[in-house]
Design a protein around this ligand. Structure first.
Ligand SMILES: [Zn+2]
Length: 504
């Protein structure tokens, strides 16, 4: 007799269905699993056999064939233990199978029959809910995590016997979990930082349009303090964004407290990080820092201390906002849509342009900055110098805007962009392509004259030109202006000035 059980697996953060077929026939006793199962699935045989026997049921001494369909997808992991066991019990009439096809069943079994936490339960749940299979049986340890998906009906169990009893009596209710949406604690605030008004303004512009930003200045000037506060001025994640972030953390095994993550990620990898740590991949194809920063901030402090080849791998995801890995059985894609924030010293000693003496030669300085390759420069919209304050400046600085006040303005500017781009496949000004720039960044004669003068007096690259227009569009939005005004453009040009006032 052949039995079918709905199971599921995941790749990247996407779940997909796996049909577990169990066939039991007379013949020499054998237990085979077919359908491109890897060794971790094949080991399942021993766990399933012991778990069934140790739970007090009979393991059939017959010819058992388990097929995991579709057969062309490689199956990994131990999450098929439970559906295989349920299939065998069902095919031998040891479990009531009237309603089994209404459920997705996943879980790892121990030899004693206990259910153990699996990876990827969240994308499996999301898949189920989207495909009218919202009833999902998982190990108890996964129940909290899965129940954050709206409209899911999660049934968590500790062991195989409990699952069997459930199908007999159907006496459990789905796991109820009330998510507290208000528990986002903001422990940092922009009003902690004295002075630095021009950097704060540059950061507000970046956050408003989703622009990548470089903060540069002497060590101790407060670049890191500023960067760490950027998440506090971004609007809170909505449900869909929060679910994506939580899914990434779930498949990377990084979920700490199983709540839906509503806090914007802020990832701050060290400059000794490897390529794999930064972008992900490796033998397990785990998500890297750029995916853990999805919908939030990736902050690279001491940008020029990172190895050049490590920085180069950022180019593609910065452009595509996803990262793809090729695998023998297909591609794995992780989202990687983050705001890129970085900080650097203006020279090797760090003092160039500050009130302390720089001990570097011009050659040393040029060589140091040249590590910032054209490809990376191409993806940065805003450069902001962060000055070391002297005592007088600290003394006369008044209280400044709190994160909450800034966030209100950022949210408004972002809404204007979302409305404008509602028929385009982009959301923010930073994502504009040439066709969008031509359409939404038209300049009046006065305004375009400013650009002409700039081109006459400076060597301006095409790259700088488009970046200036995108940022000017954001500044105009922040001022709720339909058209870019001369003053918006002038401010945007300032953000293209890098060390020595050179336009990059
Ligand atoms: Zn120096």
């Amino acid at each position: 007799m052949t039995i079918q059980i709905n199971a599921a697996s995941f790749t990247g953060i996407s779940g997909y269905p796996i049909n577990v077929e169990v066939d039991i026939s007379a013949g020499l006793p054998a237990f085979n699993i077919v359908g491109l199962a890897d060794t971790s699935v094949k080991e399942s045989k021993e766990r399933v056999r012991s778990a069934i026997i140790n739970s007090g049921y009979t393991f059939p001494i017959k010819r058992i064939t388990v097929n995991l369909a579709p057969a062309d997808l490689k199956k990994e992991g131990s999450l098929f233990d439970l559906p295989i066991a349920i299939g065998i019990l069902s095919a031998t009439n040891q479990i009531c199978s009237d309603f089994i096809d209404e459920y997705i069943i996943v879980g790892e079994l121990s030899l004693s029959g206990n259910l153990k936490r699996i990876k990827g339960a969240l994308p499996i749940t999301t898949y189920g809910v989207k495909n009218n299979l919202s009833k999902i049986i998982v190990p108890t340890d996964n129940a909290l995590e899965c129940s954050i998906v709206k409209n899911s009906k999660i049934f968590g169990f500790d062991n195989l016997s409990q699952v069997i009893d459930y199908f007999e009596y159907r006496d459990s209710l789905p796991f109820k979990y009330s998510q507290n949406f208000e528990n986002e604690s903001i422990d940092l605030d922009f009003d902690d930082i004295v002075g630095q008004e021009s950097s704060k303004r540059a950061i507000e512009v970046s956050a408003s349009g989703g622009h990548n930003i470089v903060l540069y200045g002497a060590p101790g000037s407060g670049k890191t303090m500023l960067a760490k506060r950027i998440p506090t001025i971004l609007p809170p994640l909505n449900y869909e964004e929060a679910l994506e972030v939580t899914e990434i953390y779930s498949v990377s095994g990084n979920v700490q407290n199983q709540n839906l993550i509503f806090k914007r990620p802020f990832r701050n990898p060290h400059h000794t990080s490897s390529k794999i740590a930064l972008v992900g991949g490796g033998s397990n194809l785990i998500p890297g820092e750029i995916s853990l920063a999805h919908n939030g901030i990736l902050f690279l402090d001491e940008l020029l201390e990172f190895k050049k080849d490590v920085l180069e791998v950022l180019r593609q995801p910065l452009e595509d906002r996803v990262i793809k890995f090729s695998k023998s059985t297909g591609n794995v894609i992780y989202p990687a849509n983050f705001m890129f924030v970085s900080a650097l010293n203006p020279c090797p000693c760090g003092n160039y342009g500050s009130n302390k003496e720089c001990t570097c030669t011009e050659y040393q300085r040029k060589r140091y900055i040249s590590k910032l390759s054209g490809a990376l420069l191409d993806r940065i919209d805003i450069f902001s110098p962060v000055k070391s304050l002297n005592y007088d400046e600290i003394e006369k600085s008044r209280k400044t805007d709190s994160s909450k006040e800034i966030r209100k303005r950022v949210t408004l500017a972002r809404q204007i962009q979302k409305d404008r781009f509602s028929h385009e496949n982009i959301h923010y000004n930073s994502e504009m392509q040439k066709k969008h720039i031509d359409k939404y960044c038209k300049l009046s004669t006065d305004t375009s004259n400013i650009l002409k003068t700039l081109f006459k007096n400076f060597e301006v690259s095409t790259r700088a030109y488009t970046r200036i227009l995108k940022v000017a569009r954001t500044i105009a939005d922040m001022n709720e202006r339909k058209d870019i005004a001369p003053i918006d453009l002038i401010e945007a040009i300032q953000y293209r000035k890098f060390i020595d006032g050179k336009i990059v």
